[in-house]
Structure formats: structure tokens, C-alpha cells
Design a protein around this ligand. Structure first.
Ligand code: SF4
Length: 372
């Protein structure tokens, strides 16, 4: 993967500042299969008229490959202990505030509340701390979640392949893991200490999980930490690499933009709506079959505008605090601020008004298949 990325970055560097002509872009949009040079050129498009053409193509491809369906899910934060020094995160151990982890009874209270709201697909999250959120603790949380939900995924610290195998045998299907930035020099500056300093171990995490029997992986950068266009390019190629290597798996991509986490961190880059939208459109055009996820970090109007163009999966009714659904009343100390606070019910109605159908799982519990 590292060699592959380095190879791809040579094309990027050569054309980084090349803005394609109108007819060049229209030629690319008429192609069925795009190459990496086409990918760089599309990422360099600035003309808003061309971006509108890109949106039309993205919409056609999304409908052809996914139909008119949006999968809804929500995150469940079970612990916020973290032993890493990530400069940009509200859960970093550089930040002093009370650390919490849910008891198994509290987890069940949260799960019942989420289930009552209609959710059937959840992602279990912890900070990254093997002592306070041990593998056994995470495994038991997954075990409980599988009693309530058809689709259980994890977004926890990178595990060993044999640990992913255990979770896969239990019925956990998906992993989300953000590389934060694919630019190694910046990665090292942003991660001061802790296991997360190991760039390569993190980069190979989705492969370990998919090798171990997971069926879904979502990857991406945290936009703003490094050159966003370069990170979007690498993330799209990372997703492509995984799609080629694990053809039966469902690979998704997400481009969370940095949101203030009350840690006083100022990101190096501010990613505009125009740029963000372009990254999503280019992802769809270059990889028609990739899942595209948009979270509640983004505001409602933007999520609504994009949902029938390129999105396949959206979070709804999310809480980013430990115990945010049922255990605690006050919504404080989240990992980041959310912008779209609509309930699951409100999201379902909005999706219907857009002519789409909300789905709560794309997974039938107990029916699996072997990945090659
Ligand atoms: S980004 Fe993840 S690893 Fe880094 S401080 Fe936040 S929770 Fe910990």
C-alpha cells in the first residue's frame, strides 16, 4: 500500500497545479473508466459550471449503482480514555477533563434508546487506550450490541488481525478507520506520542480487518490537517486499492472536515464547501461503486443537498459524548461538535421528501459470506 501510494503521488506532483480545460473535463466525464491522471485533473477543477456537470454525472452513477436508498446509522461512544497526543482532538490525553467509560448496563441503556429511535446499524467508538478500553471490554460491548442491532461496526484503536478475527466470528461486520492525513511528515507532527504515532500500522488496519473476515471498511482523512486535495487523492486511491484487493467487501470513503473540539487547535487548511463537494463528486465519478458517508459534522442544508447526488450512508440523531443518548442529560465534552442535530425520525422524513428511501441496515444478521 505504501509503495502504491508513493507511486500514485508521482502523477499527483506532476499535475498538482494543472487546471484542465473545459473540453478536457467534458472528455473525462464522457469516459466509462478513469485513470489516475483523470483523477488529478478532476480534483483540480475550479469552474463551477463544470462542477455542476460533475454533479449530474455523480447523480446518475449513484442511482445506477445504489438506487434511491440512504443507509442511516449512528455512533455509540462507550469510552473517551485516550493515551495518544493528537493535537486536534477533544479526546486527546493532552486535554484535561473527566474521563468516562460506560458500564455494560449503561451500554444497554444507550442501545435500547438508540433502538427505540429506529436505528439498526451502529458504530461503537472508544478513544484509543488499551488499558482503560481493553479488547475484552470492546468485545463485550460488541456482543451486547449484536443483541440489539443487525449491523455492528467499530471505530476503535487499530487491532491485531487475530482480534479482528474474534470480532468477526462474533458477527461484527465493519470497521471505520481514518488515517487523519496520508502525508507522513504532517502525520508525525500532529501525533506527538502514543501508539497512534505508528503511521504504517494504522494505514494497514483496514487490510487486517478485511483479511480477518470483516465485510465493510470505511477510510478517509480528516480534512484540514494537511493539504486537503492531496489527502482526498490518497484516500480515493486507498479505497480503490481496497476495492481491488477485497472485491466482495463494501468499501466506503468519508471526508470529515476538522471541527473545533475546544482544544485550541487551528488547522493548517480550511476546506470550503465547494472543495468538499468536489471531493465527494470526484470520489463517485472515479469509483462508481464506493460507498460515500456524510456525518452530522456537516450542516443539515449541505447534507440534504448532497444526499441524492452521491451519498449512500448518513449518520442521524448522533451524540458524540459518552452516554449521550440515555445515560447523561447534558451534551458536553464531545469528540467534536455536531452541526446537524435532527432526530432519526426527522431524517427519515427529509430523505423521503427527496424521493429517496431510508434504510436501517444493509446487512441481514447471520447471513454472511467468505471473502477471498
Ligand atoms: S483522534 Fe483518536 S487517538 Fe487521537 S486523541 Fe482523539 S480519540 Fe485519541
Amino acid at each position: 500500500m505504501i509503495e502504491y501510494l508513493q507511486e500514485c503521488l508521482k502523477i499527483y506532483s506532476e499535475y498538482e497545479n494543472y487546471e484542465p480545460t473545459f473540453s478536457e473535463v467534458m472528455d473525462i466525464l464522457s469516459k466509462e473508466y478513469l485513470d489516475r491522471l483523470d483523477l488529478v485533473k478532476l480534483l483540480n477543477v475550479e469552474d463551477e459550471k463544470l462542477i455542476r456537470f460533475m454533479a449530474q454525472k455523480a447523480k446518475r452513477l449513484t442511482e445506477a449503482n445504489f438506487g434511491k436508498v440512504i443507509l442511516l446509522y449512528a455512533p455509540l461512544y462507550i469510552a473517551n480514555y485516550c493515551e495518544n497526543g493528537c493535537l486536534y482532538c477533544g479526546f486527546s490525553c493532552l486535554k484535561k477533563y473527566p474521563r468516562e467509560k460506560l458500564t455494560f448496563q449503561e451500554m444497554q441503556n444507550e442501545m435500547k434508546k438508540m433502538k427505540d429511535e429506529g436505528l439498526d446499524s451502529i458504530i461503537i467508538l472508544t478513544g484509543e487506550d488499551r488499558t482503560n478500553s481493553s479488547f475484552e471490554y470492546i468485545k463485550e460491548a460488541c456482543n451486547l450490541a449484536l443483541k440489539y442491532f443487525s449491523e455492528v461496526s467499530i471505530e476503535v484503536y487499530p487491532l491485531l488481525e487475530k482480534e479482528y478475527e474474534e470480532l468477526s466470528r462474533l458477527g461484527v461486520v465493519g470497521i471505520t478507520i481514518y488515517q487523519e492525513t496520508y502525508q507522513k511528515e504532517d502525520y508525525e507532527k500532529l501525533h506527538l506520542f502514543g501508539p497512534k504515532k505508528d503511521y504504517e500500522f494504522r494505514l494497514y488496519t483496514p487490510e487486517r480487518a478485511l483479511n480477518a473476515g470483516f465485510h465493510e471498511a470505511c477510510v478517509g482523512p480528516l480534512l484540514g490537517l494537511s493539504n486537503p486535495k492531496k489527502d482526498a487523492y490518497c484516500a480515493i486511491l486507498h479505497a480503490e486499492y481496497l476495492m481491488n484487493r477485497f472485491p466482495k467487501a463494501e468499501i466506503s470513503i468519508s471526508f470529515p472536515r476538522f471541527r473545533d473540539a475546544n482544544v485550541g487547535f487551528k488547522p493548517s487548511y480550511i476546506v470550503s464547501d465547494k472543495e468538499y463537494i468536489k471531493f465527494l463528486l470526484v470520489s463517485r465519478i472515479y469509483l462508481p461503486r464506493v460507498g460515500i458517508v456524510i456525518s452530522t459534522r456537516e450542516r443539515a442544508a449541505l447534507r440534504d443537498a448532497l444526499m441524492d447526488i452521491c451519498i449512500t450512508k448518513m449518520s442521524a440523531g448522533s451524540k458524540t459524548t459518552v452516554g449521550g443518548y440515555a445515560v447523561k442529560k447534558e451534551d458536553e465534552h464531545g469528540q467534536f461538535e455536531i452541526d446537524d442535530a435532527r432526530s432519526v425520525f426527522e431524517m427519515v422524513n427529509t430523505i423521503a421528501k427527496k424521493g429517496l428511501r431510508a434504510e436501517f441496515t444493509n446487512w441481514v444478521k447471520g447471513v454472511g459470506y467468505e471473502l477471498i
